[in-house]
Design a binder for this molecule. Structure first.
Ligand code: ASP
Length: 345
């Protein structure tokens, strides 16, 4: 997969971070919305009631956006209804824990991202084990991140941002979606690259963080293009760079972090679907087939392209590829986070 080296670079950066004691975000439950399918499913009765897709971050954020994109075509393929429910808190660990404890019947499905692989090293008392308490359904997408600030924030370029935050470390605020969230990791990488420690403001998702950024209540953050593209294009936030080796087609004017003079800041965010361990294999197979169908849907491809990303190749939308990715990422991030002594408390 294209980002292994990217993660290695990011991992090296995290390894350079000094020990820090960080406060996890609090939790809460959001409402649900429903995607309905028209076609009938396979031979068995599944699904014969609503399927809940748990998003462990706020509604309107990047994880939520990707989930809602695929829910409708997945529901159509399965011949059922998918209800998207936001179960926010503690960098995605509240929602993940709820799915780990759910009945293993295929009616509770988790959408999670890179945070699934970082949480075991960050949280002393996680309450679930990603590789033991879940079955993987398949990878979904891998999303670039952007460094964005409130519109009237003084620095105009990434280099100026580094200089500014170093000179104003005590007053600059950096938003994230809680310890272990992608925005938190990217923010750590930024602080390490810049050689500064900033005041972090945790939200239950980067949806509300972006609202505050647009409103000027917080200074800057690092977040996925699936959340920031609209506001960047509309000029509602100031965008400094994209954190991938290549520019993003949908944001052609935005330089890469390498072009902008901070090549150490490289990270992108993979997403996957999970069910609780013990879910019957034929149910997992149906979910995987539905995922593949959704990722091949032209509407989904177009929606993702507009937001700077794309579905994973079909061979990665499988439990095998997903488990391999999760294992590799837990190893990579677990070691460097432990070495660095970064902890949620
Ligand atoms: N993906 C975001 C993050 O990890 C959280 C969200 O989806 O709201 O920062």
């Amino acid at each position: 997969m294209r980002t292994t080296s990217t993660y290695r670079a990011a991992a090296r950066m995290i390894a350079a971070i000094g020990a820090a004691s960080l406060v996890a975000a609090c939790s809460g439950n959001g409402g649900g919305t429903t995607a309905t399918g028209g076609a009938t499913g396979g031979g068995s009765a599944y699904p014969d009631k609503n399927i809940t897709f748990v998003v462990p971050f706020s509604a309107g954020g990047p994880t939520d956006t990707v989930t809602r994109m695929i829910a409708e075509p997945m529901a159509a393929k399965l011949g059922g209804k998918i209800v998207v429910q936001n179960v926010e808190g503690a960098g995605g660990t509240v929602g993940a824990g709820e799915v780990a404890r759910a009945d293993p019947d295929g009616y509770t499905v988790l959408m999670h991202h890179i945070g699934m692989s970082t949480a075991p090293a960050l949280y002393a008392d996680l309450g679930y084990k990603p590789l033991e308490d879940f079955l993987t359904v398949g990878l979904v997408t891998e999303v670039p991140m952007t460094v964005v600030a409130r519109k009237d924030f003084q620095p105009k370029t990434l280099q100026e941002l580094v200089t500014y935050v170093k000179a104003n470390a005590a007053k600059v605020t950096l938003a994230n979606a809680g310890i272990g969230a992608a925005s938190h990791l990217c923010g750590l990488l930024f602080q390490t690259a810049a050689g500064v420690k900033l005041q972090e403001v945790p939200y239950e998702g980067t949806g509300p963080a972006l609202t505050d950024l647009v409103g000027g209540q917080v200074d800057f953050m690092c977040d996925q293009t699936t959340n920031t593209s609209g506001q960047i294009t509309a000029g509602e936030v100031k965008a400094y760079a994209v954190t991938t080796p290549e520019r993003v087609k949908s944001l052609p004017d935005l330089p890469t972090t390498t072009e902008a003079g901070l090549p150490q800041l490289q990270v992108s965010v993979w997403h996957g679907l999970y069910v609780p361990k013990g879910t019957p294999p034929d149910v997992v197979a149906k979910l995987t087939e539905a995922l593949k169908t959704a990722l091949a849907d032209q509407k989904v491809i177009d929606q993702m392209a507009k937001l700077g990303t794309a579905p994973v190749p079909a061979e990665d939308a499988t439990p095998e590829a997903h488990t391999a990715k999760l294992q590799e990422q837990i190893g990579t991030w677990g070691k460097v986070i432990a070495d660095a002594g970064v902890k949620a408390s």
